[in-house]
Design a protein around this ligand. Structure first.
Ligand code: 5GP
Length: 198
């Protein structure tokens, strides 16, 4: 998605060779116009999958998911990372190791909102080692629902998450795929070149 790549080049900062900071439009301040386009793109990519729910994880997955939910006309559920005062019973839980925070979080959703009749699109802001996505997949499986695919705003393709999920047979669509991060330099995988190479 060209608009997203341009924004990453313009406003993203490589904090190291493995961490990208995009606080100005996705992880702290949110650009609603860009998020609307992101939502439209996810809706286009998964339009034929009969999606009934979107599942994401708080907090940075919420904005792109709500925009995709608006386009697809389906509800959005976000897994919580912290215990909630109101969400206390009938929980489905999974454990997720966070690559950026270097800690494990118990993530949970109520079993009220996803069931065996659902076809779920999983969305997240970043894909790195695939831990968050695998935790969300685990929640969908516990609910006995179908997984339509995984929509990622920014995939760091040099980390193993994308390959892990694709080799497990999941349909993963990433709107920007980063090949490498260096101080002051962000390079993307050229999808067109990749397609011609195949
Ligand atoms: P994974 O679980 O795939 O290892 O990492 C994905 C999760 O970690 C995402 O939910 C995202 O919040 C966070 N994350 C991983 N890498 C980055 C990064 O380079 N920048 C930012 N801002 N978040 C990241």
């Amino acid at each position: 998605m060209e608009l997203l790549k341009e924004k990453i080049i313009k406003e993203g900062t490589a904090l190291s060779e493995s961490v990208l900071k995009v606080d100005s439009f996705l992880n702290h301040q949110i650009d609603p116009v860009l998020m609307q386009e992101v939502g439209r793109e996810f809706a286009r990519k998964f339009s034929n999958k009969n999606i009934t729910k979107i599942l994401t994880i708080e907090s940075s997955g919420i904005a792109p998911s709500v925009m995709a939910g608006l386009e697809l006309g389906v509800p959005v559920i976000f897994a919580r990372k912290r215990k909630s005062l109101t969400l206390t019973t009938d929980l489905l839980t999974s454990s997720v190791y966070s690559f950026t925070k270097q800690e494990s979080n118990e993530i949970s959703i109520s079993n009220k909102y996803i069931n065996e009749q659902d076809t779920v699109l999983i969305i997240d802001d970043f894909l790195a080692k695939g831990e968050a996505a695998l935790g969300l997949i685990d929640l969908v499986k516990q609910a006995n629902a179908q997984i339509a695919g995984i929509g990622i705003v920014i995939e760091k393709a040099f980390q193993e998450g994308g390959q892990k999920l694709r080799t497990q047979g999941y349909h993963v669509e990433s709107l920007a795929r980063i090949e490498a991060l260096e101080e002051g330099k962000i390079t993307f995988i050229n999808e067109k070149e990749e397609e011609t190479a195949i």
